[in-house]
Design a protein around this ligand. Sequence first.
Ligand code: PEP
Ligand code: MN
Length: 339
Amino acid sequence: MIVKMKKNATKEHYNELTEALKNKHFEIKDVSSETVIIFGIIGDTSTLDINDLQAYEGVEDVIRVQTPFKQASRMFKEEDTIITLSNGATVGGHEALMMAGPCSVESETQLTTIAASLAKDGVKVLRGGAYKPRTSPYTFQGLELEGLKLLRKVADTHDMAVVSEIPSADLLEIFEQYVDIIQVGARNMQNFQLLKVLGKSSKPILLKRGLSATIEEWLMSAEYIMSHGNSQVILAERGIRTFEKYTRNTLDVSAVLAIKELSHLPVIIDPSHAAGRWNMIERLSMASLAVGADGLIVEVHNDPKNAMSDGAQSLKLDKFSQTLQTLKDLANSLNRPLL
Ligand code: PEP
Ligand code: MN
């Protein structure tokens, strides 16, 4: 970190801050000139908050040179993190991974129909919401525990792994019993209490990007999970809120490139919640693979018109099969097969 003092800052101001930092075992490297007082703080500055330093009298500016996240950082670990799922599928390795399924688990018939079709397509990870974070309390809230049990049962018949969203920390034990990847929804990305609890889990965590979260905030949320003991974090870009209303959200494709520079963690794209429109899924998925995403998570439904949530963005089963083939062809040409 670099601190620049105000022109009228006194020696006392300088000493007060530098002594406080030295007491915290930081080294001070003074690079002041005749016209400007400026110094570097050497040490693990991830524990320092810029705002706290700015509260000192005489401080004009504080600039972070290192990232505030450590364990999630590419500087901390250079090689890509590869996460192996319970059925042997991997995220972050040579192959990109497709995850697919309905927005919500609605019934055994619905889930069985969808999973059978996905399994035929070779999909290794079944998604499905059991506890739904709906904007309105009057809309379908999910089958809850019954939904998790259905996901487990149906996935097991096809050797698929299950990904489902956890709404709160008190449900961790139940999720660990039924789910292979625990999803943190966009609305919970900064539920730090939840993130800390998930840090104690041995399951991989799929961390969706918050609706208005910066990439740094997103990685800081990953850091919460990792610093509490769980290094198996998969990031998922699912579109962010912008002024644009035509699409449900704005897919930030460049986030994949940013994450790849800043972090060693795998990052996948959810084009369904980004676009909110089924007819954009194929092209956005192609863009995702082209930009180097480690996988995709896509909503599909056997009867989108009558889906209990997110029907407008769900691909029909046959459309999904065709799309997957197109994506596999593209992935092969990019020398990064899609599983
Ligand atoms: C979902 O995956 O069904 C979901 C609600 O996603 P998000 O948290 O990204 O809105
Ligand atoms: Mn959904």
